[in-house]
Design a protein around this ligand. Structure first.
Ligand code: RP5
Length: 261
């Protein structure tokens, strides 16, 4: 698989599409299937509950197979063009996942802003409902793979962000994807109303760009260069507003309105 190409493959864990920017990280040979980990017995009423600090999966636990070629029941999706492509670092620090390829047009905003800041993201379709085991493997292993922040977008019964948040110690930012029938209000409520203990930082409906910016700000806490970029970005926002103000004063509101159309 090449840079920015879609890979599709078939496995016992369902269908998943991975996209990595910009490094051509998809290998030629199919990745080994995920192991058949036996389902642990449910705790009896008297068995001790796992502590909140029970150990995470071992560092050597099998990773999900983001690089496995996937079957192509449907033709490969086009890769949406992304503006501003500086050469980012190769290690993905931000995971951008979504419940369906239909979420990609919305989630593109998060991918693009990460690219603009030169931060590599790992982009994947991970469905809470259609590939649940896969979601568990992906979420549990994310921090072991060097991911620092997860952005999860979903629409409708949008369980992906909350479920991933319950499975990873990483901060999770939820993006309510606009849905066909309820315009994303269902997505918003599904994502934002998390129970105490498992937070999901939820952005506005459809505002994946803000999710990307929030992820970058989280990373910037420990990266002075990135912090500088965030400050510069904020400065450019202010300058943009002031330029509009100057234009408004110069043209008057009627002419300004006309040039907006
Ligand atoms: C959710 O169902 C996805 O996040 C998506 O927003 C929605 C509809 O999915 P498709 O039917 O378009 O695949 O799980």
């Amino acid at each position: 698989m090449g840079n920015g190409e879609w890979g599709m493959g078939n496995g016992e864990w369902g269908i998943i599409i991975y996209l990595r920017f910009p490094a051509p990280l998809l290998p030629q040979s199919p990745a080994p299937p995920l192991p058949h980990s036996p389902t642990p017995p449910l705790p009896t009423p008297h068995s001790p509950l796992p502590t909140p600090y029970s150990p995470l999966p071992t560092p050597h636990s099998p990773l999900p197979t983001p690089h496995s070629p996937l079957p192509t029941p449907h033709s490969p999706l086009p890769t949406p063009p992304l503006p501003h492509s500086p050469t980012p670092m190769s290690q993905p620090l931000v995971s951008i996942i979504m419940g369906s390829d239909s979420d990609l047009p919305t989630m593109q905003g998060a991918i693009a802003i990460c690219e603009e800041f030169g931060v590599t993201s790992e982009v994947a379709i991970v469905s809470a409902h259609r590939t649940p085991e896969r979601m568990v493997e992906y979420a549990k292993s994310a921090h072991q793979r060097g991911i620092k922040v997860v952005i999860a977008g979903a629409g409708g019964a949008a369980h992906l962000p909350g479920m991933v948040a319950s499975l990873t110690p990483l901060p999770v930012i939820g993006v309510p994807v606009p849905s066909r029938h309820l315009q994303g209000v269902d997505s918003l409520y599904s994502i934002v109303q998390m129970p105490a203990g498992i937070p999901v930082a939820t952005v506005a409906i459809g505002n994946a760009k803000n999710a990307g910016l929030l992820a970058l700000q989280i990373l910037a806490i420990q990266q002075p260069e990135l912090l500088e970029k965030v400050l510069h970005y904020r400065q450019s926002l202010s300058e943009s507003v002031m330029a509009k103000q100057a234009q408004l004063e110069h043209l008057g509101y009627e002419q300004y309105l006309k040039q907006m159309q």
